[in-house]
Design a protein around this ligand. Structure first.
Ligand code: AMP
Length: 405
C-alpha cells in the first residue's frame, strides 16, 4: 500500500515526501480509510507506531478541501509535551498546505494565555489542548465549536489515569452532535470502553499489536542489587557507542538523586521532571533532540508521546509498576523502524513485577551477566516467594517502654 492509495491531495503527498514518509505504517493503513469515510474510530496503538499521522493525515486532507475555513478539529491530549509535539507534526505535515494550528496548555505566563486566546478567537484550523487549560479557555467563551468536524482524544487511557474523565465529558458537551470522534489509546481497559460508549457513535475498532514492543528493540536486563546499578550504567556508557540515552526512574526524587550520582562519576546527564518549569522543560527537550544532551534522566513523564528520533538506549533504573509503562518507556528507542537497546535493572523486590512484564510480552528477556568486579548478584526467582531471612529480634528497653525492631 502507498499514500497515493488514499487519494490524498497532491500538496499533502508533497508534504509526506518532504517528511520522508515513503509508505503508510500498519496503523495508518487501517485507520486512514475509516477516518476518511467519516466514521468514528477507536484505535488501539502505542506511540512509535505512527498513530499521530494516522489521524492527522485524513484530517489535513479534509481541511484543505473546505471552502469556508473555521475551527475544524480539536485534539485533546494528556500532557503539554504531547500537545507541543503534535503541533510540530501538524506544522511538518502541512508544510505545503495553508493549515493553522495552536497548542493550548497551561503552565506558562500570561502573555501565552493572551496569545492562545487570540488564536482561538481568530479560529485556527486545529487546536491541540490539554483538558484543564481548554476548559479555562472555554469558560472565557471565545471558542466557537459550532462548525467543528473532528474531535481526537489521544492517549485516552493516559488521560483517564490522570483523572481527566469529567473534564473530557464537559468538553464533549460543548461539541456539535454530528462531530466525528477519533479515539486513540495505547491500552483498552474497561474504563476506555465506558468512555467510548458515552462519546462515540458506532465506532469501528482497529488494533495494532497490543502490548508488544517494536520489533527493532533489543531488550536486555541485569539482575542486581541497587548499589550495582550506577557502576553498570557507567560501564555501559563508557564505550561511547550510545549517543542518545534515556534513563527512567520511578519518582522525581529518584531522578534527582540518580542525576547527582551519575554526575559524580562524570556522566554528563540532565534531569527532567515536573519540578522544572515549562520553559526549562522545553529547553532540555530541545537540547536532547539536538543531541547537545546525551543522557536524559526522567520519570514516566517522558515515557509517553515524547518523540525524539535516534534514542539508541533506554535504561530502566527500576522496573515500572505497570507492564504497559515498560512498553511505553522502551518505545522511546527504535522509533519508526530503526533499532535500539533497552536495558532494565531488576533488584530483588522488582522481580515479580518484571516477571509480569515478561508474561505480558510473551517472552523471557535476556539477562546479562553482571561484571565479576561488582560482586555477587541476587538470583532471579520471580515466582518463588522471597525467603524470609531469620533476623533475631532485639529488644530495647527505655524508661519501662520496650519495642521490637
Ligand atoms: P507516533 O507513533 O505518532 O509517535 O510516530 C512515531 C514516529 O514515526 C514519528 O517520528 C513520526 O514522524 C514517524 N512516522 C509516522 N508515520 C511514518 C511513516 N509512514 N513513515 C515513516 N515515519 C513515520
Amino acid at each position: 500500500m502507498t499514500f497515493q492509495d488514499f487519494n490524498f491531495a497532491d500538496s499533502l503527498l508533497d508534504s509526506l515526501l518532504a517528511m520522508g514518509y515513503t509508505k503508510p505504517t500498519p496503523i495508518q493503513e487501517l485507520a486512514i480509510p475509516i477516518i476518511l469515510s467519516g466514521k468514528d474510530i477507536i484505535a488501539c496503538a502505542q506511540t512509535g507506531t505512527g498513530k499521530t499521522a494516522a489521524f492527522l493525515l485524513p484530517i489535513l486532507n479534509n481541511i484543505i478541501k473546505e471552502e469556508n475555513r473555521h475551527l475544524n478539529t480539536l485534539i485533546i491530549v494528556p500532557t503539554r509535551e504531547l500537545a507541543i509535539q503534535i503541533d510540530q507534526q501538524v506544522q511538518g505535515l502541512s508544510y505545503f498546505l495553508s493549515v493553522s494550528s495552536i497548542a493550548v496548555y497551561g503552565g506558562n505566563d500570561g502573555s501565552v494565555w493572551e496569545q492562545q486566546k487570540k488564536a482561538l478567537k481568530e479560529g485556527a484550523d486545529i487546536v491541540i489542548a490539554t483538558p484543564g487549560r481548554l476548559i479555562a479557555q472555554l469558560q472565557s467563551g471565545l471558542m466557537n465549536f459550532k462548525q467543528m468536524k473532528h474531535l481526537v482524544l489521544d492517549e485516552a487511557d493516559r488521560m483517564l489515569d490522570m483523572g481527566f474523565n469529567e473534564d473530557i465529558m464537559q468538553i464533549a458537551s460543548y461539541l456539535p452532535k454530528e462531530i466525528q470522534v477519533l479515539m486513540f489509546s495505547a491500552t483498552m481497559p474497561p474504563k476506555i470502553r465506558t468512555l467510548a460508549n458515552k462519546i462515540l457513535k458506532e465506532p469501528e475498532q482497529v488494533n495494532v499489536a497490543i502490548s508488544k514492543p517494536a520489533e527493532g528493540i533489543l531488550q536486555q536486563a541485569y539482575v542486581v542489587y541497587d548499589s550495582q546499578k550506577v557502576p553498570i550504567i557507567q560501564q555501559t556508557l563508557s564505550s561511547g557507542a550510545f549517543k542518545s540515552v534515556v534513563i527512567f526512574a520511578a519518582t522525581k526524587e529518584s531522578v534527582k538523586n540518580l542525576n547527582i550520582a551519575l554526575q559524580k562519576v562524570n556522566i554528563p546527564s540532565q534531569a527532567f521532571h515536573s519540578d522544572l518549569d515549562q520553559s526549562e522543560r522545553e529547553e532540555i527537550l530541545r537540547a536532547f533532540k539536538g543531541k547537545q544532551i546525551t543522557v536524559l534522566v526522567g520519570t514516566d513523564i517522558i515515557s509517553r508521546g515524547i518523540d525524539v528520533e535516534g534514542v539508541d538506549l533506554v535504561i530502566n533504573y527500576d522496573v515500572p509498576a505497570d507492564p504497559e509503562d515498560y512498553i511505553h518507556r522502551i518505545g522511546r528507542t527504535a522509533r519508526a523502524e530503526s533499532t535500539g537497546t533497552a536495558i532494565t535493572f531488576i533488584n530483588e523486590k522488582d522481580q515479580a513485577k518484571f516477571f509480569q512484564i515478561e508474561s505480558l510480552i510473551g517472552k523471557d528477556i535476556e539477562k546479562l551477566v553482571t561484571p565479576v568486579s561488582l560482586g555477587e548478584v541476587p538470583l532471579y526467582q520471580p515466582q518463588k516467594k522471597q525467603e524470609r531471612k531469620f533476623v533475631p529480634k532485639k529488644t530495647f528497653k527505655k524508661k519501662g517502654f520496650s519495642r521490637n525492631v
